[in-house]
Design a protein around this ligand. Sequence first.
Ligand code: NAD
Ligand code: IPM
Ligand code: MN
Length: 345
Amino acid sequence: ARSIDLAVIPGDGIGPEVVEQGLRVLAAALPAGVKLETTEYDLGARRWHATGETLPDAELERLKGHDAILLGAIGDPSVPSGVLERGLLLKLRFAFDHYVNLRPSKLFPNTTGPLAGNPEIDFVVVREGTEGPYVGNGGSMRTGTPAEVATEVSLNTAFGVERVVRDAFARAAARPAKKLTLVHKNNVLVHAGHLWKNTVDRVAREYPEVSTDYLHVDAATIFFVTQPQRFDVIVTDNLFGDILTDLAAAITGGIGLAASGNINPTGAFPSMFEPVHGSAPDIAGTGKADPTATVLSTALLLRHLGYEAEAGRIEQAVTADLAERDGTERSTDTIGAALAARVSG
Ligand code: NAD
Ligand code: IPM
Ligand code: MN
């Protein structure tokens, strides 16, 4: 019998609340012949307060052995900003070489965002996941004095840029619109920007069927709101991709619907699936968190592991569920129950 050996990191804030519903829908979507085995990892604010650990090497080793990882969210106001984000989440993305941070956006039915009713939004952001300003290449001198100097140097390698650009071209070639937009800021960030632009131009010759476009990131934010239908596949660096995908969520139904996959396309390490949103301390414990982003992340997870039909069923269940939403607030649990009922038939 087939099985899925899944590592689960519920994390902080609303993380455990949304993960519970994600697992519920995932289990309901799987055929009877597929066994879902989950191993929960106690990582996040609680662990840090108790032991000072963020992600011990032994846990990282154990995580390597799973087929995939489902993560809720990490980060808590009681922990200094950056400790868990860098020491846990980014450590996982870097250690497992998640160089493709895949963040699809579709305008869902019956949603209330600024662009509700526009049926044409369907794009995917391929965000680089292992380089850019995220690498921690910087420091501060004369810290805390009026003469403090702080740097965060963005790292961009030909190797790192080319592999993510190639992945984005392959995805664009497989989609009906076959369009790839590079988003950067090569009018100011000339060193990294030209590496990205030259790489896209070079790989483009291997994909004559894919049309390419370039936008500076500031202009891209305009078109996200005014002409989102112009986008198909977007490839961009780690930080621009972070910012653009919160905006993408906001224009397509809200941050509670935005899913992501941190993919290692080589299969050398497990890929990790998580909602785009964070731990939302402002609503944690209230039952207001929308688990849909996590549910849709489990669909990306299933697709990654080869369960295309089951992934599609989850996505259809979400679309059908949203189409029936009538504006009344529903709890985390109510949404999870409704989606689980739909996917199991
Ligand atoms: P956030 O995404 O947690 O919250 C932003 C806003 O969106 C809040 O008003 C929140 O209530 C709302 N929101 C988020 N998810 C929602 C959901 N599922 N349903 C309904 N509303 C939702 O971003 P933030 O406030 O900037 O960050 C909070 C903490 O989360 C920080 O510690 C941050 O570092 C961390 N964070 C973690 C991840 C992750 O684990 N992948 C991602 C982003 C932020
Ligand atoms: C995200 C988050 C993370 C990021 C943070 C928490 C490190 O904002 O997954 O979008 O910046 O990548
Ligand atoms: Mn983010």
